[in-house]
Design a protein around this ligand. Sequence first.
Ligand SMILES: Cc1cc2nc3c(=O)[nH]c(=O)nc-3n(C[C@H](O)[C@H](O)[C@H](O)COP(=O)(O)OP(=O)(O)OC[C@H]3O[C@@H](n4cnc5c(N)ncnc54)[C@H](O)[C@@H]3O)c2cc1C
Ligand SMILES: *[C@@H]1O[C@H](CO)[C@@H](O)[C@H](O)[C@H]1NC(C)=O
Ligand SMILES: *[C@@H]1O[C@H](CO)[C@@H](O)[C@H](O)[C@H]1NC(C)=O
Ligand SMILES: *[C@@H]1O[C@H](CO)[C@@H](O)[C@H](O)[C@H]1NC(C)=O
Ligand SMILES: *[C@@H]1O[C@H](CO)[C@@H](O)[C@H](O)[C@H]1NC(C)=O
Length: 518
Amino acid sequence: MMNLYLCLFLLCTLFVCCSATSSSSSFHVSRRSILREVHDNDESGADHDYAVDLNATNFDDVLKDTPATFAVVEFFAHWCPACRNYKPHYEKVARLFNGPDAVHPGMILLTRVDCALKINTKLCDKFSVGHYPMLFWGPPPKFVGGSWEPKQEKSDINVIDNPRTAELLLNWINKQMSSSFSLDDQKFQNDHLSSNVSDPGQIARAIYDVEEATSIAFDIILEHKMIKPETRASLIKFLQLLTAHHPSRRCRKGAGELLVSFDDLYPTDFWSSPKQENDKSSVRNFQICGKEAPRGYWMFCRGSKNETRGFSCGLWVLLHSLSVRIEDGESQFTFNATCDFVHNFFVCEECRQHFYKMCQSVSSPFNKARDYALWLWNSHNKVNERLMKEEASLGTGDPKFPKTIWPPKQLCSSCYLGHDQRSNKIEWNQDEVYKTLTNYYGKTLASLSKERGNAGNDGTEGAALEDLIVATNAVVVPVGAALAIAVASCAFGALACYWRSQQKSRKYFHHLHSLKNI
Ligand SMILES: Cc1cc2nc3c(=O)[nH]c(=O)nc-3n(C[C@H](O)[C@H](O)[C@H](O)COP(=O)(O)OP(=O)(O)OC[C@H]3O[C@@H](n4cnc5c(N)ncnc54)[C@H](O)[C@@H]3O)c2cc1C
Ligand SMILES: *[C@@H]1O[C@H](CO)[C@@H](O)[C@H](O)[C@H]1NC(C)=O
Ligand SMILES: *[C@@H]1O[C@H](CO)[C@@H](O)[C@H](O)[C@H]1NC(C)=O
Ligand SMILES: *[C@@H]1O[C@H](CO)[C@@H](O)[C@H](O)[C@H]1NC(C)=O
Ligand SMILES: *[C@@H]1O[C@H](CO)[C@@H](O)[C@H](O)[C@H]1NC(C)=O
C-alpha cells in the first residue's frame, strides 16, 4: 500500500518482487527482432513508442551498437502509476531523437527497462535502481556491462536529477550537450541542424547515407527499367567498382551478388521478353545493400529543408569515398565507370550533362589514384562554384548548408597556399588536399563501422552494421516509402530529377521526357 501511495507522487519506491522460478537464460532473440517489433508497432498506428524497450537479453547488444553519442535509460515498473503518467513526457522527448521520423537522429538513444519483469531484476540491481522512474545518462558503451552505485565518486553514467516533465528532461539534456533542442522541433524545420565541418562525427555517420544513396540509385534503375543493351556494360563496370571498394560491406556483398548473377537476371532481352511478371518484379525488388539497410534516412546529408540535399549529396559522398579506396591501376577504370554511370543512370538531366562534359574534357588517361581523386574533388568544386551563384540568385539553396569551396579552412588550413589575384582562383596545396580527402572519405567515413566491428563478437564490419539499424531504431521502410522520402529530399539543384517530377502536381513534370533520353 505504501508503495502505491508513493507512486502517486512522481517517484515510486522500489518494489522488489521475489521471483519464484527464474526463467531460462537461453533467450535466443536476435537483435533484429526488436526492429521487427518496432516496425509492427509502427504499422498499428498512433500508439507506438519512440523509446526503445530493452531487457536483460538485449541491453548490452543494443547499447554497444548504437551510433548515438549518448543514451538515456529509464528504469521503471509497469505497475507504477507514476511511471505510466511519466510515459507521455518521456515519449515526447524520445520522438525528437528516436525512430525513422526523428528530428535529430543518431544523437541520443532513449530506452526503457521494465524492472518489474523478472528477467531484468539483476540488471536493475546493478544500477542500484532505488525509485521509479529512474533515469540515467551516459555514453552508450559505458552502460554495456555497466553498473552504478549511489556513493560512486566519479562515473561516466549520471542520474538525471529532475526529469519530471518533458521540458525538464530536455532542459537537462540541453545543458549536457550545450544544445538548444526544443519539444517543438519538427523534422525539416531544423534550426539546430548545422554543419560543423571540423566535427569528425558528422562524416563518420555518412556511411548510412552512402548506403542509402546506393540503394536509391539501384531502386531507380531497377524500377524504371534503365538497364538496356546500351547501358548494361556501364552498369556492370560500376557494380565491379562497388563490389571491390564500396565503404559498406553489405553493399559490397549485394553488388557482388548482383554481378555474379547479372546475365541470368538481366539477359539482354530482359525487358522485351515475355517473361513471367512475377520473375521481373522479384528482380526489381532486389536490394543492393541488403534488406536490413536503414532506408528513408539521411544523417550526414540531411537537409534543413525537406527538398534539399539527400540523394545527390549521398551520391557525391559515394563517389569520393570510392575515389580514395582504389589502387593506382584502377584509376582510369574508376574514372570511366563513374562517368558512364552518372551519364547513364543519374536521373538528373542537368547534372549528368554537366558532369559528362567535365569527363569529356579530360585529355589523358589517369595513372594514379591520387590524380583521379583530385580530379573528382576539383570537378565537385566547379559544381559548387556554379551552384553557389545560382542558389544565391534564386534563393533555392539550403540556408544551413550553403555551397562552399571544399575543404573549408576549418577543415584544412594548410590546403590553402594563397589566392591568385588575376584569375581570382585559390592556389591549392594538392598534397594536403589529397591527404584531407583520404582521411575524410577513407578512415573517418568508415571509422564508425570499424570501431563497432572490432567491438562485435565476430569482428565483422557487416554484422556490426546490421545491428546498428536496430540500435538506431531506424525502421526499415518499404521501398515505396523510401522513394517517397527520396522525392522529398531531392535537391533543388537537381530539379530535373525524375523521381521528383514523377509527382504530377509539381511544376517540374515536363522534365519527365528527359528520362527517355537516358
Ligand atoms: C555527379 C553530380 C553532378 C551534379 N551536377 C549538378 C548540376 O549540374 N546542377 C545542380 O544543380 N546540381 C548538381 N548536382 C547536385 C549538387 O551538386 C548537390 O549534390 C546538391 O545541390 C546538394 O548539395 P549539398 O549541399 O548536399 O552538398 P554536395 O555538393 O552534394 O556535397 C556533399 C558533401 O560533400 C562535401 N564536399 C563538397 N564539395 C566537395 C569537394 N569538392 N570535394 C570533396 N567533398 C566535397 C561536403 O561535405 C558536402 O556536404 C550534382 C550532383 C552529382 C552527384
Ligand atoms: C526482451 O526484448 C526482446 C525484444 O524486444 C523480446 O523479443 C523478448 O521477448 C524480451 N524478453 C522478455 C523476457 O520479455
Ligand atoms: C565542431 O566540432 C569540433 C570537433 O568535435 C568541436 O571541437 C567544435 O567545438 C565544434 N564546433 C561547434 C561550433 O560546435
Ligand atoms: C515537404 O514540403 C512540401 C511543401 O514544399 C510539403 O507539401 C510536404 O508535406 C513536405 N514533406 C514532408 C515530409 O514534410
Ligand atoms: C569508357 O570506356 C568506354 C569503352 O572503352 C568508352 O566507350 C567510353 O566513352 C568511356 N567513357 C568515358 C567517360 O571516358
